[in-house]
Ligand binder design. Structure first.
Ligand code: ATP
Ligand code: MG
Length: 457
């Protein structure tokens, strides 16, 4: 029989059948079990939970005895993953965290038979609610009240909780960004006081939270992280952006604020949000002042400087190589304006060649968002050019217009078969053929290109 823990019985939430089943099996065997944490919070908020976590009085080996397929996810912390129809459910034993001496991990964990003890160790009141169909909602720290107030508030004393695990400082901003909540005053004060401790947290854990923050509906909360002294520790490059003015007719914000606008205007994908965050990271190091009007700033070459910085920043934060490469390429090209010399199709074809067909759509998304973060003058200045590029790119994509060597109607093999000697000459000829095709797409025909090529053997 499950203790009632002052559960709010009339409170009913919809939980998936498999979760109900896992809870049921544990209960039939004399244990307590509840859905807990993020899944309860998100269901109350009408959001779809990422995953369903279960907390139980059963010990890990007891959980393992009851289910056919389990994985020892973090058995020393009490977590066993139960697999049901290819979905994993983390089942964790009620736990009390021991002393923390490194602002990261408890020195030890202790299992307990009391659900409330387990809820106490959780970070925020909205994450410390548990639900069981029979008992109802167990909400010992008024998570519901804070959901109504739209408030992120620590369970217990904020200073203690952030001293135990400094990652929670960043998590507070992350949840505030995902949910559009404010951070409660004392919680915020403690964050400001202890932000420096984030230096003890592994880059992997920072990466997870920072990425959730920038991919949320409120990437603007990065400014909260800046004011709290968080970015100073985890992304000092953002502080330099916030401190870099843009005295140019194109802009009305500092580089950091402009960056936020750009993040808000790109789709919420990993690559696009990181690219938006870093697109102008090279600006603080590229400032020059106009000779005629020294109050006016220029940022010549900032895209290249930024691309050189993006790799090391993203490697430091442990992003995967594929993402690092894409983001770096986008930063490098984001300020290219191929039609500034004229709205000619050939200029767009050359730009697609240079930037790459594979990322051109993403490049256009970044260019669009970049305008949205500029002054009315800045927006107006480039908008027509952007529309033209977008239209031309669509034409190129739909009509399979050749913009790279691989799309030429002849290959190196064709050249060799026609008697061309092997070696670097092949590459040179193909390069020349591509240049001509970029100028004149109708030349991309095997016979026509071979005729040209033969004059170069
Ligand atoms: P998401 O939807 O992003 O998964 P979540 O609330 O489920 O959000 P998780 O990081 O998956 O967040 O953690 C699950 C639960 O474990 C949290 O709701 C919270 O109760 C607890 N928790 C996680 N990390 C910490 C931490 N560093 N300190 C205290 N409690 C934590
Ligand atoms: Mg979760």
């Amino acid at each position: 029989m499950v203790k009632d823990y002052n559960g709010i019985k009339k409170f009913k939430i919809n939980i998936p059948k498999s979760v109900r089943m896992i809870i049921g099996i544990l209960e039939q065997n004399g244990y307590e079990a509840f859905a807990v944490g993020g899944c309860v919070r998100d269901t109350i908020l009408g959001r779809t939970p990422q995953d369903w976590d279960i907390t139980t009085s059963a010990l890990p080996h007891q959980v393992k005895e009851l289910f056919h397929r389990t994985i020892d996810t973090g058995i020393q912390h009490g977590t066993v993953t139960v697999m049901l129809q290819r979905t994993g459910y983390e089942v964790t034993t009620y736990r009390i965290d021991g002393e923390y001496n490194d602002s990261r991990h408890p020195d030890s964990v202790e299992f307990t038979a009391d659900l409330i003890e387990d809820l106490k160790r959780r970070d925020f009141t909205i994450n410390a609610m548990a639900y069981n169909p029979e008992v109802g909602l167990v909400d010992a720290f008024d998570g519901m009240g804070d959901i109504e107030k739209k408030m992120i508030k620590c369970v217990g004393q904020p200073k203690e909780r952030f001293t135990e695990d400094a990652l929670r400082i960043l998590r507070a901003v992350r949840f505030s960004a995902q949910l559009g909540f404010d951070i409660e005053e004392h919680t915020m004060e403690a964050m400001e006081l202890l932000a420096q401790n984030l230096e003890n947290i592994s880059a992997e854990r920072i990466h997870v939270e920072l990425e959730k923050l920038i991919m949320s509906n409120h990437p603007d909360k990065l400014i909260t992280a800046y004011h709290a002294g968080i970015t100073k520790v985890i992304l000092p490059e953002f502080d330099r952006m916030m401190e870099c003015l843009q005295n140019t007719p194109y802009h009305m914000y500092n580089v950091g604020e402009h960056t936020i606008k750009v993040m808000e205007n790109v789709p919420s994908t990993k690559v696009m949000r990181w690219a938006a965050l870093l697109h102008d990271v090279g600006k603080p190091d590229s400032v020059t002042y106009d000779k005629k009007d020294p109050s006016r700033m220029h940022f010549y070459g900032h895209a290249h400087v930024g691309a050189e910085m993006a790799g090391p920043i993203l490697r430091r934060l442990k992003l995967d190589n594929k993402t690092i490469k894409l983001v770096t390429r986008l930063v490098e090209c984001h300020d290219d304006r191929p039609v500034s010399k004229g709205m000619e199709p050939v200029n767009v074809r050359k730009s697609v060649h240079k930037i790459g067909k594979d990322i051109y759509q993403q490049y256009l998304q970044l260019v669009y968002a970049d305008f949205q973060g500029k002054s009315a003058y800045g927006k107006e200045k480039g908008y027509d050019g952007y529309l033209y590029e977008k239209e031309q790119f669509q034409y190129i994509a739909e009509n399979h217009i050749c913009t790279c060597k691989a799309e030429l109607a002849v290959s190196g093999k064709d050249l060799i078969a026609a008697g061309c000697s092997t070696g670097s000459i092949i590459g040179d000829i193909l390069k020349e053929l591509l240049n001509r095709v970029l100028e004149q797409p109708e030349l991309n025909d095997k016979k026509m290109l071979m005729d040209i090529a033969r004059t170069m053997f």
